[in-house]
Every structure is written in structure tokens, then in C-alpha cells.
Design a protein around this ligand. Structure first.
Ligand code: BTN
Length: 324
């Protein structure tokens, strides 16, 4: 019911209506006015700022930023068929894996306002600030996809997110292999892919996406203040989180359906165009030893091909690279 009220108030705002009366909402939903008031209070405690004026009704003030069910409106084939909003959770990727164990839909999207134990690649923590970031995970059950092709979901997601961010913010984004979104060399977002299966059969994939949206310079967590940025800092103005999330879900859905029907080739071509690691001298750990070399290309499975100083060609998969 909460989602339906948020939906009514969001649509009213989009149609230029100012306030919707409690009586109107009650009639549309077949509930009492006091029930409407009770749900309005619940929406407020989930972060919805609702202005109430006697004789006029209710108005949703922050619909641009609100990620509650009812505000999100996307037409997709798979992604977002089920949408869950969590005011607080340890990590949306961990919650996704718990829900996979108990049963959930293909395309489930789990959005958290706040993560208490957000995770990044290679076991690193992922810092976010409630209300200022986008932190969400998408669950996929890709029928018939071999486990060995699961890593392709990282470049796919990186390209999809990059294109959506560019459309909404007007900023140009580059990708650092394999999963970092950068603006002018600073990290603005990342992707954490976790997949599971047996033998060569992929059972599930969880795509976790974190983006620094509306953090000011002062709000950047101290641990990443020297290396990170946000869309607000880069664009010089706030970016509407709701529209950004909708755009990302639609973009992910379109790249994913293309991947399922046509394969990864055209997506990898786009990834190569966006990947600023290519052509650079990089340092990386290889079997516990520090190496350096030139990043030359992306393999058909998304791995990074590097030519070392001694002319050896290496294929990097689960690896961290630093541009020199
Ligand atoms: C990285 O840059 O290493 C990946 C960061 C991924 C962060 C997102 S936020 C939503 C999802 N839940 C997590 O715990 N991590 C991912």
C-alpha cells in the first residue's frame, strides 16, 4: 500500500499537480483516510519527505531522490521484475545471495539506502553514505550460460552503467579494467560480480553496483577522499538518483538481453572503447610477484592481455592493476 501511495504522489508531481487530498488517495485505494495517514507516516520514516497542508492534502517533496517502490517506473524484460527497497542492510550482494537460497525471481533488484558492510572486489570494503549513493544488486539466473562465461557480466554491466550515467549526468565516464567507473582518473563507482554454479553450469549471478551520486567533497569517506569523486562533484550539480537508477536498470536490461541473444562481441567492442587501461603501462601482482607491462587488449572472456617488459604475454583475470 505504501508503494501505491508513493506511486500516486509521484505521478501527481510528474503531471504538475501540487497536492493530492487524503480523501482522493483513500478513494483510489479503497482505504480510510486514517489508514492513508498511517501509511504517509511509514513513508516518511523510510525517507520520503511529505508535505501535508490542511485543506489541500499531501505532496511528495523529494520524489527525484526517493528509491521507494512506487517511484521506480521501468519497462524492462527481465531486470526489475521484482523490486525490493531496504532502508538498511549489511550488503545488498550478501542479501541477494540469502534470497537466492530461499527463492527469488530472475531479475530481482535489491536497493539499499544504507549498507553497513558494503563490499568491493578483492575483499575490500565499499563505503557509502545513506541517501547520497546508489547501492544495489541485481539477481540473474542466466539459463544455459556456461560458468566460464559469467565473468562477461562484469564488462556488460560496466558498459551499461557507464552509458546510463553519461545519459543522465552528461559527464563522460571511463572504465578501468575490470570494473571501476572513473571520472578524470577518480573512482565514481564500481561493480562487484558474484556468481555460483556447479561443473560448467552457471546457477546464479549477482551484479552489485555502487555509485557515488550526490556526495559533496566533504562527505567523501576519509578512506577514499584522495582517490574518489562523485557525480555531484564532477557535474557541479546534484544528479536525480531515481532517474539514474531507472536509466541504469533499463540499460542493463537492454545489454543483458542483447548478450543472451547475440553474444558478447559488440559489448566487448564498446567496453574496449571506454576502457582507459588499454595502451597504458600497468603494475599488477602475478602469482604473488609484482610485474609491470603494457595493457594491450581484452580477451573474448573479458580478461586483460598484457605484454610484460620481457615480451611475455600474460592473461589477467582475477587481478588488481595500477596504471603507472
Ligand atoms: C568495487 O569497486 O570493488 C566494487 C564495488 C561494488 C559496491 C556495490 S554497492 C552494492 C553492492 N553491495 C555490496 O556490498 N557491494 C556492491
Amino acid at each position: 500500500m505504501q508503494a501505491r501511495i508513493v506511486g500516486i504522489l509521484t505521478r501527481a508531481k510528474e503531471q504538475g499537480m501540487d497536492y493530492v487530498s487524503g480523501g482522493d488517495i483513500a478513494r483510489q485505494l479503497g482505504i480510510s483516510r486514517s489508514a492513508v495517514w498511517k501509511y504517509i507516516e511509514a513513508i516518511r520514516s523510510d525517507g520520503g519527505i511529505i508535505d501535508a497542508v490542511s485543506g489541500k492534502g499531501y505532496r511528495l517533496v523529494n520524489s527525484e531522490d526517493l528509491l521507494l517502490p512506487g517511484t521506480i517506473n521501468v519497462e524492462t524484460d527481465v531486470i526489475g521484475r521484482e523490486y525490493v527497497y531496504l532502508p538498511e542492510i549489511d550488503s545488498t550482494n550478501s542479501e541477494a545471495k540469502r534470497r537466492i537460497r530461499t527463492g527469488c525471481s530472475d531479475g530481482l533488484v535489491l536497493v539499499a539506502e544504507n549498507q553497513t558492510a558494503g563490499r568491493g572486489r578483492m575483499g575490500r570494503p565499499w563505503y557509502s553514505v545513506a541517501g547520497k549513493n546508489l547501492s544495489f544488486s541485481v539477481v540473474l539466473f542466466p539459463a544455459g550460460l556456461p560458468l566460464s562465461r559469467a565473468p562477461l557480466l562484469t564488462p556488460l554491466s560496466a558498459v551499461a552503467v557507464c552509458r546510463a550515467v553519461e545519459r543522465v549526468s552528461g559527464l563522460s565516464i571511463e572504465l578501468k579494467w575490470p570494473n571501476d567507473l572513473l571520472i578524470s582518473g577518480r573512482k565514481v563507482g564500481g561493480i562487484l560480480l558474484e556468481a555460483g554454479g556447479e561443473m560448467d553450469h552457471l546457477r546464479y549471478a549477482v551484479i552489485g553496483i555502487g555509485i557515488n551520486v550526490n556526495l559533496s567533497r566533504e562527505e567523501l569517506p576519509e578512506a577514499v577522499a584522495d582517490t574518489a569523486t562523485s557525480l555531484l562533484i564532477a557535474a557541479g550539480q546534484a544528479v536525480p538518483r531515481r532517474r539514474l537508477l531507472e536509466e541504469i536498470l533499463v540499460s542493463l536490461d537492454s545489454y543483458y538481453t542483447k548478450f543472451c541473444s547475440k553474444g558478447a562481441q559488440s559489448i566487448l567492442t564498446e567496453y574496449v572503447e571506454l576502457c582507459s587501461t588499454l595502451g597504458k603501462e600497468i603494475a599488477f601482482l602475478w602469482h604473488g610477484q609484482r610485474h609491470s607491462g603494457r595493457a594491450v587488449s581484452i580477451a573474448p572472456d573479458g580478461a586483460l592481455i598484457v605484454i610484460t617488459k620481457s615480451g611475455e604475454m600474460l592473461t589477467l583475470r582475477a587481478c588488481d592493476v595500477h596504471c603507472l
